[in-house]
Design a protein around this ligand. Structure first.
Ligand SMILES: Nc1ncnc2c1ncn2[C@@H]1O[C@H](COP(=O)(O)OP(=O)(O)OP(=O)(O)O)[C@@H](O)[C@H]1O
Length: 623
């Protein structure tokens, strides 16, 4: 086994030599190149969950060990760029200090054979000691590195321990790195699947079933394996991709129902008739939740690092269950609906209905019936069976009144009464039905202005506005790189590219820079559309400027879609800056009246488009 490891190690270093011969190996003692502060910031933003996991959980546990061993723990990203380091930098020669600064590039192309760059090139754990380094400046260094995997099993970072070769304790360093890498891989898998999937951990050692060295399989609700950690693949002698083609029965000589019947108790298993082990099943958090255990809020999943969005999330988390009406501000496409769904899912009413009504999308004459319902035969054209209305449908749960500013004045008076009395009387009826609902309303324009101009009732405004939350426009968000990554991962699933593309899509630094500088009148919806096309055009995992759709390619043309007079947003107060949608009727004609196609082109929702058409032309675009 040890011989095997030595052989692999020699093979890695030999292959590095061939690669470097091809590239023209750098030698000497020059300082490593460093990325600019902006680029580094983007890289650190993308790696934020990983950095937090290390900072908050792992490093505090191993910090004493690092000090005792006088070594430095280093995290580098997929491109071998140093993101952070911890520990005792006395392990390094003083002349090495710059080599550890965040942004330093340890790729083979930059500094030749070294633990970090070569580990990432080989996708395998590796030691590079003393003179095995290409650069003489590193001859007084011992490096040990392991690849770090994401939930898909792909290497997206590298952890290394660096020390003085005379203090080097190779086997201990490698052991520690392996445990850290396994904990990271397991943590990322669990975080990704925890809400909807079962987790089966298995190990020959019953006392170590919770340990990082146990196999971990992710199973869907029918018990079908969908993913697993590297250890599970090794124990089951399967490639990760092959897991989805197996069943519990073939893997463990037991049935899914037998596993479920054991609940979360430890149970003996046999790995495909070969050897005995122990297994333990954990239910999805969604199911555990129902039994009262606490899980992270789905709202916090929206927090990618923007301070204003974080403030809205914190407020919503604190006040979501206190019966306080909330008024949500945000331009079109900033994610108001996504936010409300997450808020509801995070609240105590999560298993009760969330009923949404878009006041802008319903003809004025029907809003009242839609909200309050009607009895049989209340008016011509009504459903002969009557209709309970949206307020009663939301009973026990939450009512989301989107585009509240468009609610007709007479309906506002009725809504106020219903909210105060907590009772609803359907149109044409005489019985008042009690309703218990939380209310959240959303608007893209300041409701206070609507009140001042007499288009919105002041008393209803105060009733709805227990607390104001605002979602920042995309152009002001500070977490665009992280959001791009989230959107790319989702679009990859949506476009079904997972089967054909093994690496997760990644935006190039140039593209991220460009995306961060746009005005985005259609906000996240528009960004999503641009990325959807770019992902479809690109034929590999790296999405770059040349993959942008034609209308976005020329940055000037793209920015010019929004007049330069668009006012800057005040820091804390979201004000709608409606994009310039001139010539809508002509554009609609060009799409042969297809509203969805035009909405897609403009990066706005169909509802917003419909409203803009009404505002511009005074004509009902649908009719
Ligand atoms: N945090 C997020 N992560 C990923 N996608 C998001 C996020 N927020 C919004 N989106 C996406 O952006 C698009 C617009 O979101 P949403 O419909 O919630 O915005 P909105 O503010 O309600 O828009 P409108 O006012 O036009 O109805 C959707 O496709 C949604 O999936």
């Amino acid at each position: 086994m040890q011989e095997d490891a030595k052989h692999r190690q020699r093979a890695h270093i030999a292959r590095a030599g061939y690669r470097l011969d091809d590239m023209g190996a750098p030698t000497g003692g020059r300082q490593p190149d460093r990325y600019s502060a902006d680029d580094l910031e983007q890289r650190r933003t993308l790696a934020r969950p990983l950095l937090e996991l290390l900072d908050e959980d792992l490093v505090p546990e191993v910090g004493a060990m690092l000090r005792h061993w006088q070594c430095v723990l280093v995290l580098a990203d997929r491109d071998a760029v140093i993101l952070a380091h911890w520990g005792d930098s006395r392990a390094m020669l003083p002349s090495h200090e710059d080599w550890l600064l965040p942004g330093a590039q340890w790729g083979e192309a930059q500094i030749g054979c070294n633990a970090i760059g070569t580990c990432l090139a080989e996708d395998d754990a590796l030691d590079v000691i003393g003179r095995e380094h290409t650069c003489d400046a590193l001859h007084h260094l011992a490096g040990h590195a392991v690849p770090v995997r994401n939930w898909r099993g792909e290497v997206d970072a590298c952890l290394a321990l660096l020390s003085d070769p005379y203090r080097n304790r190779s086997s201990r360093y490698s052991g520690l790195l392996q445990v850290l890498a396994m904990r990271i891989e397991n943590g990322r898998l669990i975080a990704h699947y925890r809400h909807r999937h079962f987790r089966l951990t298995f190990s020959a050692n019953r006392d170590d079933i919770d340990g990082p060295r146990s196999g971990l399989l992710i199973l869907d609700e029918q018990g079908q394996p969908v993913n697993g950690n590297s250890r599970a693949c090794w124990l089951l002698k399967l490639e990760r991709e092959a897991l989805t083609g197996t069943t519990i029965e073939t893997l463990f000589d037991t049935s899914w129902s037998a596993l479920v019947a054991h609940g979360n108790a430890l149970m003996p298993l046999r790995v495909a008739g070969r050897y005995h082990c122990y297994g333990q099943l954990a239910a999805p958090d969604r199911l555990v939740d129902a039994k009262g255990a606490s899980t992270p809020s789905p709202l916090s999943a929206l927090d990618l690092g923007d301070p204003r969005l974080r403030q809205a999330i914190l407020l919503a988390e604190r006040l979501g269950d206190r019966g306080i009406a909330m008024l949500l501000y945000g331009e079109t496409g900033t994610g108001k609906e996504v936010f409300v769904k997450a808020l509801h899912a995070a609240s105590r009413r999560a298993d009760k209905p969330l009923i949404a009504i878009n006041c802008a999308a319903i003809p004025d004459a029907l809003v009242e019936a839609e909200l309050f319902g009607y009895v049989r035969g209340a008016f011509t054209g009504a459903d002969p069976r009557g209709n309970p209305g949206r307020l009663r449908e939301a009973h026990g749960g939450r009512l989301f009144l989107d585009e509240i500013g468009d609610m007709p004045l007479p309906v506002q008076a009725r809504l106020l009464r219903a909210l105060q009395e907590r009772k609803v009387t359907p149109l044409g009826g005489s019985t008042a039905h009690p309703v218990d609902i939380e209310v959240i309303a959303a608007t893209h324009r300041p409701l206070a202005d609507e009140v001042a101009s007499g288009r919105f009732r002041a008393d209803l405004y105060y009733r709805l506005c227990g607390v104001e939350l605002s979602l920042p426009p995309l152009r002001e968000r500070q977490d665009i790189p992280a959001l791009v990554q989230v959107l790319l991962a989702r679009l990859m699933r949506e476009l079904d590219l997972e089967a054909t593309q093994s690496l997760p899509p990644r935006a190039s630094p140039a593209l991220l820079d460009w995306l961060c500088r746009q005005r985005w009148p259609g906000n996240i919806r528009e960004l999503e559309n641009v990325l959807r096309v770019a992902l479809a055009i690109s034929d590999g995992p790296l999405i770059d400027l040349q993959h942008l759709p034609a209308n976005a390619c020329a940055p000037d043309a793209y920015v010019a879609r929004v007049p330069s007079t668009v006012p800057a947003m005040p820091a804390n107060r979201p004000v709608s800056a409606p994009p310039a949608f001139g010539g809508l009727r002509e554009r609609l004609a060009a799409h042969r009246g297809n509203l969805s196609a035009l909405a897609r082109e403009l990066g706005i929702s169909r509802t917003t488009l419909y409203k803009r058409l009404r505002e511009q032309t005074g004509v009902n675009a649908l009719g």
